[in-house]
Design a protein around this ligand. Structure first.
Ligand code: NOJ
Length: 562
């Protein structure tokens, strides 16, 4: 099958189903809600939807712990309504990609139940079981690895006197990708969805699926991530992905891999276009570390330089060789306007952030609620925070001596639940997410009377309508897809300016990240008065002052054509 690489012209909208829209009135987002909102999604100008997991799951990690790969969580609908969504999306010109989560399953998956029932079961070797050690007379884990979500990376099964590996939560046992039967299962799952008509996959933590032989102790890594260097980008990763690629090659589809620790250098062997390519693009995390170290839970002040440097490095190093996946929000990070922008200048900063990445080379993804500039919420106590990883962080902080107030301050800054509050559709009760007389599964952000889709629809200058204009512009201009990339004023702590250029035109993209007026000069050939202003987030666009300086207002952004 010829692969047309249609994804190079695509713009995706990510749905985290539980919080998108409740269509059956039980307080939980679902596929009936998605059906209601397909026209809205299409109205954004996007061309595809990525669904975070829709499969049956006991929700240890809200869908990322899968109990059945070939079905739909009954809270969200069933295969029949999924097919309606798929058809409805296709009728509107929207592709649909599914989350493929095969580093681990749920403990509720029948494979795992069989696996833990007996060492003689053919499913036992579907997972990573090891004998432990004994410390002070009590069973101790096989090695010193940490899980990323819940304590040590091992859980003990007394009946077997063995431990199973879980890099994430206890309810997410890691699959043994060295077992050919497991890989064959993955192929089967891929065929199942592709044969149904889905257009590809977002592959969850795909760079973690191959573990180093012998699972050695890790004496180098900082506590909390011990073991990672033995499963990140592991020895048989390329081999596994090549096998999965052969399935993808039978369809005109796409695959984007999530790759937490990836750098361009490490990514290229997977995404470089050519016979060895295994993924179309990868989600990297480097630009998401501009206000934190290693993870969101180790905060630092926001540095525009770090943000720009990361984006520019990927633009530069993939140029002509591989394709970028572009995003600034998803279900795993707090809201970007609160993080990298300013809640005081919420709308302006949300727009500047949109411009900062929507005109780069690659395929952009927009996360639900990002298009109206949703911001972080506030949690008064850990009981209000559903996410396993935030709860784990809280426990760790308390154990290391933090007061509950201090630990909550960290959670309020870093929890990914900020991105998981219900989408704010209107100023109606519960933000129009679910019926007024039903409690939503997760409290809506109390700011919904001011920040909501209905309000933005009625305002030509809203964040929502700005996103529509920016997405339309991106799709109209071939230079955004194909042009070269050059960053200006790299040393600036407040401005992110870049040029996209091809034989026909030059696009100048300008964003201020300052919360006050800032001055700058432009090089010859870029006098703004000579350019055609295509997009801006202020009503007027003053030219140079008599002294030759331009002045940008807080979070001002403009896109010019030369
Ligand atoms: C990455 C997903 O995006 C995240 O939500 C999930 O918790 C982990 N992988 C584990 O599946």
């Amino acid at each position: 099958m010829e692969r047309t690489r249609w994804y190079k012209d695509a713009v995706f909208y990510q749905i985290w189903p539980r919080s998108f829209k409740d269509g059956n009135g039980d307080g939980i987002g679902d596929l009936w809600g998605v059906l209601e909102k397909l026209d809205y999604i299409a109205s954004l100008g996007v061309t595809g939807i990525w669904f975070s997991p829709l499969y049956p799951s006991p929700n240890a990690d809200y869908g990322y712990d899968i109990a059945d790969y070939r079905s739909i969580n009954s809270e969200y609908g069933d295969l029949e309504v999924f097919k309606q969504v798929l058809d409805g999306a296709h009728e509107r010109g929207l592709k649909v990609i599914m989350d493929l989560v095969v580093n681990h399953t749920s403990v509720e998956h029948p494979w795992f139940k069989e696996s833990r029932a007996s060492k003689d079961s053919p499913y036992h070797d579907y997972y990573i079981w090891r004998k432990g050690t004994v410390k002070d007379g009590i069973p101790a884990p096989p090695n010193n690895w940490d899980s990323l979500f819940e304590g040590r990376a091992w859980e003990y099964e007394p009946a077997l006197d063995e431990w199973y590996l879980h890099i994430f939560a206890k309810g997410q046992p890691d699959l043994n990708m060295d077992n050919p039967a497991v890989r064959a299962e993955v192929e089967g799952i891929m065929h199942f969805w592709l044969d149904m008509g889905v257009d590809g996959f977002r592959e969850d933590v795909i760079t973690f699926i191959s573990k180093v032989e012998g699972l050695p102790n890790d004496y180098l890594m900082v506590p909390g991530a011990r073991g990672m260097r033995f499963y990140d980008n592991g020895p048989r990763l390329h081999e596994c992905l090549s096998q999965f690629r052969r399935v993808l090659d039978g369809y005109d589809c796409m695959a984007v891999g999530e790759a937490p620790m990836i750098t361009p250098h490490k990514a290229l062997p997977f995404i470089e276009e050519g016979p060895d390519q295994t993924l179309d693009m990868m989600f990297n995390f480097e630009h998401m570390g501009a206000d934190c170290l290693f993870t969101d839970f180790v905060p630092m002040p926001f540095s525009l330089r770090r943000y720009k440097d990361a984006l520019s490095r990927w633009q530069r190093e993939l140029d002509g060789r591989a394709w970028n996946a572009l995003y600034i929000e998803n279900h795993d990070h707090p809201r970007i306007a609160s993080r990298y922008g300013s809640e005081r200048y919420r709308e302006k900063s949300a727009m500047a952030l949109a411009v900062s990445y929507l005109f780069l080379k690659g395929t952009p993804f927009v996360y639900q609620g990002q298009e109206i500039g949703m911001v972080n919420t506030h949690f008064s106590s850990i009981d209000e925070v559903p996410d396993v990883s935030a709860r784990n962080q809280y426990r760790n902080r308390i154990a290391s001596g933090d007061s509950p107030e201090k630990a909550m301050a960290l959670i309020n800054r870093a929890a990914r639940d900020h991105a998981r509050t219900p989408v704010q559709w209107s100023a109606e009760p519960h933000a129009g997410f679910c019926p007024a007389d039903v409690d939503p599964w997760f409290a809506e952000n109390p700011n919904y009377p001011e920040i909501n889709v209905a309000r933005d629809e009625g305002d030509p200058d809203s964040v929502l309508n700005f996103y529509r204009k920016a997405i339309a512009l991106r799709r109209e201009l071939p230079v955004v897809r194909d042009g070269s990339y050059r960053e200006f004023k790299r040393a600036s702590d407040v401005h992110y300016f870049y040029v996209r250029e091809d034989e026909d035109e030059k696009l100048l993209v300008m964003c201020s990240f300052a919360d006050k007026q800032t001055l700058f000069r432009m090089p010859l050939g870029f006098e703004l008065e000579k350019g055609e202003l295509l997009l801006a987030n202020y009503a007027d666009a003053p030219g140079a002052r008599p002294d030759g300086f331009y002045a940008f207002r807080p979070y001002e952004c403009r896109v010019y054509r030369f």
